[in-house]
Write a protein of this length. Structure first.
Length: 70
C-alpha cells in the first residue's frame, strides 16, 4: 500500500488495497474483500474464538504485512 503526502494538506493519502490483499489490522491478519461506503474497505478476519468477522475500516488503518507471518 503506497503512502505519500498530499501537496495541499499534510495528511497521508493512501490507495485502496486490491481485493484479496492480506494486511494487518490491530492485532489480526485480515483479508480485504472490497470497497465499502465512503472511504472504507470491507475486511474479513478470524477472531481468537474461531468466529469470522467482517468489518468496514479505513485503508489508512491497514498496515502491510511483515516479511514473515509466523
Amino acid at each position: 500500500m503506497p503512502m505519500s503526502r498530499s501537496s495541499t494538506t499534510n495528511r497521508p493519502t493512501t490507495c485502496k488495497p486490491p481485493r484479496g490483499t492480506l494486511a494487518r489490522y490491530r492485532e489480526r491478519i485480515v483479508e480485504v474483500l472490497g470497497e465499502a461506503r465512503g472511504q472504507r474497505v470491507m475486511i474479513r478476519s478470524v477472531h481468537a474464538d474461531g468466529a469470522e468477522g467482517r468489518t468496514a475500516v479505513k485503508p489508512v488503518n491497514l498496515l502491510p504485512l511483515d516479511s514473515q507471518l509466523f
